[in-house]
Design a protein around this ligand. Structure first.
Ligand code: NAD
Ligand code: AKB
Length: 312
């Protein structure tokens, strides 16, 4: 039986790009996209199967997995950092129960492999801020970060205890033009391009010198697929891998965009997301991902800005 992949949360910022890449590699019919929300007409996810699916509905999840003989699940449904702070109990429920529902499918040998993303949000104010190592102090102060850190611990537990082949990456803030981000603290770094292209002044919700780890979406998708294709024996981390590409502040990205669009203006009005950003690393050490499965980022800040401005 061939590979059949189910992507849960497929209409989001990552899913909408991941589904297209997976379909181009293994065929449209072998990648089942699913989301809580029905697809809008004309969506480019319409080229292959799509199911309306709530990951919290265990029976509905099992039905979809059985219907398509799914072998691998990419679980992307979650509340992100800013939205999670506004609804902590629901964020905990979605981020944890969704993960358990999928982990248990693998524990019961119904599926063979899982991808579940973690985040740089697993680190907190007591973690080293620069070149944050893979293994270090982790005391996250956001509900999102707590749910991701606990999720990582469960992934490792399921691997050790039940031999569940679950793989994970701690994504930094992801930047893409294909779809809008869904409620994170790094969203400003996508919004800024939309305002610049619309010739409007941008009000940034972080202060100008807040440096965070970021990555262009193509690099993140490639990392995800490379990790999923890596030999199991080469993976020394079964919680979640640090990966890094670049780090910049709002002022630095503004300067880069301003170079290309000289009339673009920005102002800074930090809100509650400033405290979240202040608790996160500025840069990440990804040595172990490089060594284990050959991870290496492609895009630098200049290429990222040029690509975003050209394509929005
Ligand atoms: P997103 O908010 O853009 O997309 C999430 C999707 O999940 C949405 O389409 C939403 O409709 C769907 N969804 C919500 N509840 C659902 C449910 N109960 N059942 C099924 N689908 C549901 O998020 P994203 O940016 O694509 O992030 C995907 C994953 O990657 C998340 O786990 C997130 O924490 C992680 N991550 C993202 C980033 C980033 O910068 N985008 C960085 C680090 C980690
Ligand atoms: C967020 O800002 O919540 C996400 C993330 C870094 O996890 N982009």
């Amino acid at each position: 039986m061939g590979k059949k992949v189910l992507v849960i949360g497929a209409s989001g910022q990552i899913g909408s790009e991941l589904v297209l890449t997976l379909r181009s590699r293994i065929g449209n019919m072998n990648v089942i996209a699913s989301d809580l929300k029905p697809l809008p007409s004309g969506s480019n996810l319409n080229e292959g199967p799509f199911e309306v699916l709530d990951v919290l509905d265990n029976q509905a999840l099992l039905n979809v997995v059985n219907k398509y003989n799914v072998t691998e699940v990419y679980l992307l449904a979650a509340l992100l950092s800013a939205t999670a702070e506004e609804n902590p109990m629901f964020a905990w429920k979605l981020n944890m129960e969704g993960l358990f529902n999928v982990l248990n499918l693998a524990k019961d040998k119904i599926i063979q492999k899982i991808f579940w993303p973690s985040s740089i949000a697993v680190f907190g104010p007591t973690s080293p801020k620069n070149n944050t190592p893979q293994h270090t102090i982790m005391e996250p102060t956001t509900v999102y970060g707590i749910s991701k850190l606990v999720g990582e611990r469960w992934c490792e537990y399921y691997y050790n205890k039940y031999n569940v082949d679950v793989r994970s990456i701690r994504y930094p803030g992801l930047i893409s033009y294909g779809s809008l981000p869904g409620g994170g603290t790094t969203d400003y770094a996508v919004d800024v391009f939309h305002k610049a292209k619309a010739n409007e002044k941008f009000t940034c919700f972080l202060s100008k010198d807040t440096t965070l780890p970021m990555m262009y979406m193509d690099d993140a998708i490639r990392a995800t697929i490379d990790l999923m294709n890596a030999e199991s024996s080469s993976l020394s981390v079964r919680s979640s891998y640090n990966i890094a590409a670049l780090s910049f502040s709002p002022e630095q990205i503004y300067n880069e965009i301003h170079h290309i669009l000289p009339s673009f203006e920005i102002e800074y009005k930090p809100d509650f997301r400033q405290a979240i950003a202040d608790s996160w690393p500025s840069s990440i050490d990804d040595e172990i991902a490089r060594k284990d499965w050959g991870w290496c980022a492609d895009y630098n800040l200049k290429e990222l800005c040029e690509t975003m401005i050209k394509n929005i």
